[in-house]
Design a protein around this ligand. Structure first.
Ligand code: SAM
Length: 214
């Protein structure tokens, strides 16, 4: 199968055609080999316009949603990014192409180890990965210029807001389990502003600070 050709079609028909035109972002999607981040038996669908199961009841998001979240972060190459929900490691690889350093946290150890292997094999040297509860952020390396949460939460976890730099951006699917609103959070003068982007459906963020009470 000509995966480079499938990536080109994915970028043109699913990402650029829906309005994402930042060339750095498009180039990252042309480069990262999505089929290397998903289970072998699903490889033929790696560049299709829908999410796929990655094991442990979790999913890799549809390419367009990964692109939309990435584009909204507005990365220039200088940023330190925190990602919560490593999953397959595909979004992590895209971020590593576009930012200076990526710190990524995954709750499930098996997924975390699989993603770590795939990212090592792809040759990235600007990624740190750990298994744990990402709703607590990663205090040792805070603050972050950008934070991306790739699982759904009914609230914005407080530690993540605290670990976001002034003028930083955080993106997350905000809402209940059935469906959520992809939301951009910006921090200015220690206050946050939120902007709704679109409806979405993600697996739940399961952790200490992803409950209404927090
Ligand atoms: N971005 C991923 C990719 O490219 O494959 C997809 C992520 S998947 C939609 C969401 C992930 O968030 C799952 O792997 C899930 O285990 C993880 N997750 C859920 N709650 C978490 C938490 N508190 N901390 C870290 N990861 C969490």
């Amino acid at each position: 199968m000509d995966y480079a050709q499938l990536r080109k079609i994915m970028v043109e028909e699913q990402i650029a055609a829906r309005g994402i035109n930042n060339q750095r972002v498009l180039d990252a999607f042309l480069k990262v080999e999505r089929h290397k981040f998903i289970p072998k038996e699903l490889e033929v669908n790696a560049y299709a316009d829908f999410p796929l199961p990655i094991g442990e009841g979790q999913t890799i998001s549809q390419p367009y949603i990964v692109a939309l979240m990435t584009d909204t972060l507005g990365l220039t190459g200088e940023e330190r990014v925190l990602e919560i929900g490593t999953g397959s490691g595909y979004q992590t690889a895209i971020l590593a192409e576009l930012a200076k350093e990526v710190y990524t946290v995954e709750r499930l150890i098996d997924l975390s180890e699989r993603a770590e292997n795939a990212l090592k094999e792809a040759g990235y040297t600007n990624i740190r990965i750990k298994s744990g509860d990402g709703t607590q952020g990663w205090p040792e390396f805070a603050p972050f210029d950008r934070i991306i949460v790739t699982a759904a939460s009914p609230n914005i976890p407080k530690p993540l807001v605290a670990q976001l730099k002034e003028n930083g951006r955080l993106i997350l699917p905000l809402g209940e389990s059935i469906s959520q609103i992809l939301t951009l959070v910006e921090k200015h003068n220690a206050k946050i502003n939120t902007k709704q982007i679109c409806g979405c459906v993600f697996v739940p963020l399961i952790g200490k600070y992803s409950t209404e009470a927090n």
